[in-house]
Design a protein around this ligand. Sequence first.
Ligand code: GTP
Ligand code: MG
Length: 452
Amino acid sequence: DHTHADTLRTPIVAVLGHVDHGKTSLLDTIRGSAVSEGEAGAITQHIGATDIPLDTISGMAGELIDPSDFDLPGLLFIDTPGHHSFSTLRARGGALADIAVLVVDVNDGFQPQTEEAIDILRRTGTPFVVAANKVDTTPGWNPQDGEPIQRSMEAQSERAKSMLDENLYEIIGQLSDAGFSADLYWRVQDFQKNIGVVPLSALTGEGVPDLLTVLMGLSQRFMKEEMAIDVTGPGEGTVLEVKDERGFGATVDTVVYDGVIRNGDTVVVGGQDEPIVTEIRALLRPRPLAEIRTEKEFEKVGEIGAAAGVKIAAPDLDQAMAGAPVRVVRDRTVDRVVEEVKAELAEIEVETADNGVVVKADTLGSLEAMANALREAEVPILRAEVGDIAPRDIAVAETANQDEHKAILGFNVDLLQNAESDLENADVKLFKNEVIYQLVEDYERYVEEKQR
Ligand code: GTP
Ligand code: MG
């Protein structure tokens, strides 16, 4: 019973979409910083989380938002690199994200990773809005920096407007093909039944006020109950990434979605072989409006409450897995929490058989997605694991009874250097891809050719 400690936490918003469709740029505009300019090739290397307080949101949304209408503290945005699996974003009972923004380049429309994102949103039942980005690239566009989109559209020539409309209706049609009824957001009466499409430009900022307004409205109206948490309860979170940090060793970038995590807490973290029980040595937090992956000088904090992104430094975290649960023990027994973590990991179903291929993936969520795709393709799995491809994976693949199963399918992982010569000398075929269905297709094509 947690009646009087209950408070409303920040909703977690995942930003998803195909490579280069503008996820990071959109967050940059919202942040008022330019993270992507400092990035190698403007490609996001890691998953990060950014907390945007309500004040900042209402400042940007201007006349569209009256901050007194809201009692949620703001929005916590999680950027996902296009080549990374969004399926990392899992939590107890489903999706880590409360809502999502699906970014679609208005000229390109749906692309492979857009489809993958839609599949995951459908499977997890996550409410989402579509950001139809890059409207400024419409020929003859007359930019209206930072303006609400309808005002900006009024300033366009008939020709530019009809070209944009055509692209927008194409996207609405693609959403409909994917089984979602959608419309331009200002025509949507019920956001639970219809997906709102927000035309915008991350470059000029036009339409961004509209997106923030729709996101705040969605969170406030449909999710207030889910946002009520016991702020003093034992913290729960999900590992986004395991990273070596100078002076700290292996750390886990974590999104806390419930309760509070304190320095010195004993935590249980999902690990490669078994749950890791460890004690927190430091909680490292980026400042508000800063970005976890570019912030070099972390702020050490005594505690952090949901929802927030935090880097946890503790011994023995090198075996932690991206996508795995993090649970504070607090006043329970370690054994009980270990059992909870085990049960949660057991939910991630990867059926293995006595015969089949070896699957390696970067995160638990992507491993699960790979397993689903392979099940549909009726490809059996001998072994499935999170992590880069190591010599022992090659040894295992070689033991397969059928030649076609002497294969390793790697999703978003690398071949470790010490495994390179093993692979050369072994009768094992390696497939790597950053799009799940393409990886499965590559393998299927190989099997077909082999059978010919
Ligand atoms: P990944 O992280 O690699 O998946 O890409 P992303 O979706 O984060 O895309 P990013 O924000 O890095 O943008 C990709 C390119 O599109 C960059 O060159 C941006 O400057 C450009 N871009 C993004 N949004 C807009 C926009 O609204 N208008 C225009 N003209 N260019 C944009
Ligand atoms: Mg990016």
